[in-house]
Write a protein that binds this ligand. Sequence first.
Ligand code: CU
Length: 319
Amino acid sequence: MNTAAKLGSYALGLAVVFGGALGVGKVVGPTSASPVVAPPEAHAALPGHSQPEAHAGDGRPEQQHQQSEQQTSHTPGGLQVSQDGYTLNPITSITTGVPTDFKFTVIGPDGKPVTGYQVEHDKKLHFIVASRDLTSFQHLHPEMAADGTWSVKLTVPKAGAYRAFADFAPTGGEKLTLGADLQAAGDYRPEPLPHVSRTAAVDDYTVNLAGDLVPGRSSKLTLTVSKDGEPVTDLEPYLGAYGHLVALRAGDLAYLHVHPEESEKSGPEITFYAEAPSRGDYRLFLDFKHEGKVRTASFTATATLSDGHAPSATHDHSH
Ligand SMILES: [Cu+2]
């Protein structure tokens, strides 16, 4: 009986963990610039707090629920092919260097392709394809057929492993980012992560990055666009803002929650709030539109602890 009771509690805990993920969108919610994730100290208090009542029966599920919410609020998007009953289902395979009419569906909790989506940033679904070494990035907008099949022209430039992300919110549901691996056959030569830099060049444009990623916090990032040394003040709206930023964690390609600051200004600055789930390196991809063309500027940034916890490498060498 004891074992059965324990298993029952364990199963309940799992159910709460998966159910709790539905709340993630709210927890890391859209508009707050303030810290939204509990600091690590909050966790330390939990296990001790729940111990004395471990045998109290009725109190147990609620305590597990609290703990589960703490855990799921830290799970970044894009790491799972299936979450909250929704599954990203690639239909087509990819071939290195060959344009593919790539097709996929999102299977819903009822086992059928989802056809109802909420529009976010001007689109029902945002489709990102990044190489696992983070040196290739594409932000695409597939078309959906009436039966829920999405299709998009996709060409991957080199052989290797890719991660495809579908960023969407089903009608009546929470925002989700599902991720699936795609493989392009051939001679795979992974490149190292580009060095940390606050400047990125694309065509005649230079983009500067101000602000720092802070682990477990919403961090303000300001990107400033210039062309031939002159600030660009006539950026064109793209996806309902003056830029679109995607941030992926090096190592596992966790997909960060990023949202733009509302602005009437068409440049040269574009401001975002990005939530780095941990310390480590991240690759940032800024899409911006100018003179009718969308370009992507890429940066590598490191999330380290601030407030006196800076790494020793930043010590002041003056005497
Ligand atoms: Cu998009």
